[in-house]
Design a protein around this ligand. Structure first.
Ligand SMILES: Cc1cc2nc3c(=O)[nH]c(=O)nc-3n(C[C@H](O)[C@H](O)[C@H](O)COP(=O)(O)OP(=O)(O)OC[C@H]3O[C@@H](n4cnc5c(N)ncnc54)[C@H](O)[C@@H]3O)c2cc1C
Length: 200
């Protein structure tokens, strides 16, 4: 991933971007490249507070508190006054898109044939190549393409593809400072479920 642009200016407005915000190819803030939920919460609350300070009125201060609360509810998914669910109702940010995409990729690998035909191997290679071109988080896509050049997809069997995918995901985990996933558990996580049967 390219580093977050901490101090880039929005091309159209010349407004400084919030930390971590990334611009898309159109010069506008890229929702699918950003933890938008967190950014949106901070942005809405700060805007409401500023409006309150500017006007100095109690009524606006109350509105600001309400707006900040509403922003919080948008992020947290529930408050006493709202049942708004960001993930269910809003376009995905980088985190939601990432989780959904990894779910698809690992599950697809988990159900890939043990002995794929030459045609199936070739189709899987094209799918992964096309996917990495069109993944709608530009910096993520660039990183994925770079890693796939270094370590091309292993499509000879279900097990090889599942392990390769696990390795790719771990490269992203590592870059983000997250714990690495134990690839011995990839089938348990994405196909069979845990031995204690809690997912059955
Ligand atoms: C192709 C791709 C590239 C990405 N590149 C970037 C990037 O460059 N920068 C960035 O900030 N974000 C990137 N993301 C998003 C990022 O990987 C996460 O999806 C996002 O941060 C949400 O993380 P999470 O902790 O909720 O779980 P995720 O990392 O989304 O993982 C979802 C679940 O997968 C399981 N899991 C975790 N690791 C593995 C593994 N190695 N193998 C198998 N299963 C595993 C765990 O059970 C986990 O709960 C990318 C996503 C994708 C799909």
């Amino acid at each position: 991933m390219m580093p977050a642009h901490d101090s880039t200016s929005a091309m159209e407005t010349n407004t400084p971007l919030p930390p971590g915000m990334v611009l898309g190819p159109d010069g506008k803030p890229c929702r699918t490249c950003t933890d938008w939920k967190g950014w949106s919460k901070i942005g809405k609350a700060a805007k409401a507070k500023k409006e309150s300070k500017d006007s100095g009125s109690t009524a606006t201060a109350t509105a600001a508190a309400a707006a900040a609360g509403a922003a919080g509810s948008a992020v947290n998914g529930s408050t006493s006054t709202s049942t708004f669910d960001y993930e269910a109702e809003c376009p995905p940010d980088k985190e939601i898109l990432g989780r959904a995409t990894w779910t698809f990729l690992h599950t697809m690998a988990a159900y890939y044939p043990d002995k794929p035909s030459t045609q199936e191997q070739s189709t899987m290679k094209s799918l992964l190549s096309s996917f990495s071109q069109f993944y709608p988080c530009g910096p993520c896509a660039e990183h994925m393409q770079k890693e796939m050049k270094i370590d091309p997809p292993k499509v000879e069997s279900r097990k090889e593809l599942s392990w390769w995918m696990c390795g790719m995901h771990n490269k992203v985990n590592e870059m983000m400072g997250k714990d690495l996933f134990d690839c011995n558990k990839v089938d348990e996580r994405w196909k069979d479920g845990p031995a204690d049967g809690r997912c059955d």
